[in-house]
Structures are given as structure tokens and as C-alpha cells.
Design a protein around this ligand. Structure first.
Ligand code: ADP
Length: 269
């Protein structure tokens, strides 16, 4: 079984997050071999992105979710950097602006999806609309409950039009989050990241886990699968995310288009 398939949540199954150990490393160990494997994956990502751009048939959308300090920013810095910035856009979804909040929850999302040949990374996403919104009761229950189906329909639309969707939940433990938040408090270069809501949200940890379990279980079509990545160890998280992306793009079996001109007729002076 490949690493990616071990992290995949099979469509149709009910996810139980306590059954997945955030410390799990699936037999991998930190060290030079691991560093080399990550480097190889980053090189391969660049090649596959180039092929996707040339083929111009498909696009890649990567959705990154996780609790505060789960490593969404770190994943972007260490793995997403493998893509050529020319064809890759990162969008961070924050608390909706008044203009965004006056529309349906997918209004701000659609313009950020990738065009054919490109990669888009969502640092947080429309999944906040069935997670933070549910935990903090920001809209009535019937409203967020309808969103699972609306998300499924939206992802179906994107997939039908050539978007390959990969969704990653970075799974850290509550203790690991505490260590990371404490480090932020002690480190002058990280104190700016401290937000009171991160500490408040720890009180709702179980509610967040339940909201994620439901979101992942209910919105997990084979065209838009979820992977739960054990993320207590940053080196493992980086390897796993890079491997999932490489495997996803390789499975597309992309081909360079045939030249549009007769190359044999070209004479260079
Ligand atoms: P980050 O933690 O991602 O680095 P911020 O500290 O600015 O960035 O946090 C963004 C905040 O926006 C998070 O608390 C997140 O829950 C919130 N947020 C994102 N989308 C929504 C949404 N649709 N409704 C309410 N809050 C949201």
C-alpha cells in the first residue's frame, strides 16, 4: 500500500479522528534519505505542473485545512514552493468581509479556482463554512447543514470541468498545538502571530474535531477526496503532502500535446 493510499479517507466511510494518531510516521524516519525524498518530490512537482500547463486540459486545486498552528503556512512554504509561481496561486480565506458575507458562501471561492493548466492552493477554504461557522453557531443550523450538499455540487462542477481536487486535513494533537502556541508566545519573531481566538478555540477542540469528521465524511467524493495527514512531525507532513500531490498528478497520465506545426519544415538560418 502506498503512503498516499494509507492517508486517503475512502469515500463513503465515516471518519473517526481519534483513530488516527497525529504522531504517526508510517515507518519513515527523519534524516538525509527523507530530505532527499522530499527534494525529489519537489522536482517532480515542478515537472508535472509544467506538463499540466502544456496539456492545458486540467487544473489542480489543493484545499488545506487544519486547526490553528497545524502547519498550513509551513506546508505552503516547504512543499507548495515546488510549483512554479507563474502557474500557482495561493488564496487565504479569512473571516468574510461584509461584501462577502452579503453573498452566498461560495461567491468568494469561485473566482479563486484554478484555470486550466494552473494550480490553486486554498489556505483554509469553504470548509470553514461548515466548521468554524458550525462550532461558533455563526449561522442557523439548517443553513450550515445544507452546505454539505452545496459543497458536493460545487466540487462536482469543478471536477466535471477538469479540476483535480485534493483536500488535506493537517491533523495535530491538542498537546502539540499547545507546544506550538507556547513557542509563539516565547519567540519575538512569532509573537505577531498570536491571536486570542486561537487560545479560545482550544476550549472547543472536541466540537472542531466533530465538525471536521462530519465535513470530511459527508464531502468526500472520489473526484474530491480527503487525506488526513498526521502532522505532529513537520518533516513527515511535508513528505506526505508532497507524495500525495505527486501521486495525484502522476495518476492523470498526462501527455505533451503534439507540436502544432510541422517541425521538419523549420529551417534555422
Ligand atoms: P490563519 O490562522 O489562517 O493564519 P487568521 O489568523 O487571519 O489566519 O485566521 C483566519 C480566520 O478566519 C480563522 O479564524 C478562520 O476560522 C476564519 N474564517 C475563515 N473563513 C471563515 C468563514 N467563512 N466564516 C467565519 N470565519 C472564517
Amino acid at each position: 500500500m502506498t503512503l498516499s493510499s494509507r492517508l486517503l479517507i475512502k469515500p463513503g466511510t465515516l471518519l473517526s479522528l481519534p483513530d488516527i494518531d497525529p504522531d504517526e510516521t508510517h515507518g519513515f524516519a527523519k534524516g538525509p534519505d527523507l530530505d532527499a525524498a522530499l527534494e525529489r518530490n519537489l522536482t517532480r512537482l515542478d515537472e508535472l505542473q509544467y506538463l499540466m500547463y502544456a496539456e492545458h486540459r486540467r487544473a489542480l486545486l489543493v484545499v488545506l485545512q487544519g486547526m490553528d498552528a497545524a502547519g498550513k503556512d509551513g506546508t505552503i512554504r516547504h512543499v507548495i514552493k515546488g510549483f512554479n509561481p507563474q502557474g500557482c496561486r495561493v488564496t487565504a480565506f479569512k473571516t468574510p468581509t461584509p461584501e462577502e458575507a452579503a453573498h452566498d458562501f461560495l461567491w468568494r471561492v469561485h473566482p479563486a479556482v484554478p484555470r486550466r493548466g494552473d494550480v490553486a492552493i486554498f489556505n483554509r477554504s469553504y470548509y470553514e463554512d461548515v466548521v468554524v461557522v458550525r462550532v461558533h453557531k455563526l449561522v442557523p443550523e439548517h443553513e450550515w447543514k445544507e452546505r454539505y450538499e452545496e459543497i458536493n455540487a460545487f466540487e462536482r462542477l469543478l471536477a466535471d470541468h477538469g479540476t483535480v481536487i485534493v483536500k488535506l486535513f493537517l491533523h495535530i494533537s491538542k498537546d502539540e498545538q499547545k507546544r506550538r502556541l507556547e513557542r509563539r508566545l516565547d519567540d519575538k519573531t512569532r509573537q505577531w502571530k498570536v491571536s486570542l481566538s486561537d487560545f479560545e478555540d482550544r476550549k472547543s477542540w472536541k466540537d472542531y474535531m466533530r465538525a471536521y469528521e462530519d465535513a470530511i465524511s459527508k464531502c468526500n467524493g472520489s473526484h474530491a477526496p480527503w487525506y488526513v495527514v498526521p502532522a505532529n512531525h513537520k518533516w513527515f507532513r511535508n513528505l506526505a503532502v508532497s507524495q500525495i500531490l505527486v501521486d495525484t498528478l502522476e495518476a492523470l497520465d498526462m501527455k505533451f500535446p503534439k507540436p502544432s506545426v510541422d517541425l521538419s519544415a523549420i529551417r534555422l538560418d
